[in-house]
Structure formats: structure tokens, C-alpha cells
Design a protein around this ligand. Structure first.
Ligand code: ZN
Length: 165
């Protein structure tokens, strides 16, 4: 009986593909078939690699667009001033501001002890900080820390009082 030249290989993606291994020497075919079985079939491999690069990029772009739309809606609804700074970080700043303020509202009002009047005061402070870079810098901050962060920001912007006046 001759060693077969075609092998039905069940790849680890689940697809069964008949491979023509005639080009391999008879004593290498079984080993090669096992090697193939531990891998995905060519179609799945290609699809994965194509998907990896393209879909990650697409997914990120899609996520950014959604976050940006949410930030813009929020800015309109709550009358937030546009941010200032280099063009390249304006959108990032806007997304960071919206996300941090949303976290703050959840932690301080929804789950915390603040009432709407407390929040309205904080919102005034939020409106005063329009530097996109500042919001980008605070992007990983805890929502509950926002009041302290805003206090620090407004202290710095306040003109220094002249003690000799
Ligand atoms: Zn497959």
C-alpha cells in the first residue's frame, strides 16, 4: 500500500481541508499534516490578519467618532464653552472633559451625597476651564476628584493679589 498523497486535515479553526501533499516525500507527509492541523486554514488565517489591522483601526475610529458625538451633544445640552488649544488635541480634550464630568456626576450626585445645586456650582467651574490640554491631562482622574482638580486649576488662573496694596 502506498503512502497517500492527499490528507484531510481538520485545522484548529474547525475547517476540514483536503491537502495535496504529493510534493513532500512520503515519510514527511504525516508530520506535515499534523503541523497543518495545529494551525488555522489559509482562509481563516488570512481573514484574521486582515481583520486584525483593519478592524482595530476601524473600531478605534468608530469609538472615537461615537465619543466625540456624545461630547458634542453634551456640550450643546449643558452650554459648555468650546475648548482652546492646539487643533490636534481639541477633540481629545473634548472627549476627556465629557468623560471625566460624566464620571464625576455619577460619583458625586448619582452615587454620592451631592444635590443638583452643588452640581450646578461645579458646572460653573467646569465651564471656566477651557484649556484642552488641562482636560487631556486629567483624563484618567477619578470623578470624585474633579472638584479638587478644578479648585487647583482656578487657583492658578486667579491673579495673584498684591500684599502691599
Ligand atoms: Zn478555517
Amino acid at each position: 500500500m502506498a503512502v497517500p498523497t492527499t490528507f484531510e486535515v481538520v485545522h484548529n479553526c474547525g475547517h476540514a481541508i483536503t491537502h495535496d501533499l504529493a510534493s513532500r516525500s512520503a515519510d514527511q507527509r504525516a508530520g506535515y499534516a499534523r503541523w497543518l492541523a495545529a494551525r488555522k486554514c489559509t482562509d481563516c488565517w488570512r481573514a484574521d490578519h486582515h481583520a486584525d489591522a483593519a478592524s482595530t483601526k476601524e473600531w478605534l475610529a468608530q469609538k472615537r467618532a461615537e465619543e466625540e458625538a456624545a461630547a458634542t451633544d453634551w456640550e450643546t445640552q449643558f452650554d459648555m464653552p468650546p475648548l482652546e488649544g492646539p487643533e490636534t488635541i481639541l477633540s481629545w480634550g473634548a472627549r476627556s472633559r465629557h468623560q471625566l464630568v460624566t464620571r464625576a456626576y455619577t460619583e458625586l450626585v448619582t452615587e454620592g451625597t451631592w444635590d443638583e445645586a452643588d452640581w450646578a456650582q461645579l458646572e460653573e467651574q467646569i465651564r471656566r476651564v477651557t484649556r484642552a490640554g488641562w482636560w487631556v491631562d486629567q483624563r484618567d482622574a477619578e470623578g470624585a476628584d474633579l472638584p479638587e482638580l478644578l479648585d487647583a486649576a482656578s487657583d492658578r488662573d486667579r491673579p495673584t493679589e498684591n500684599p502691599f496694596r
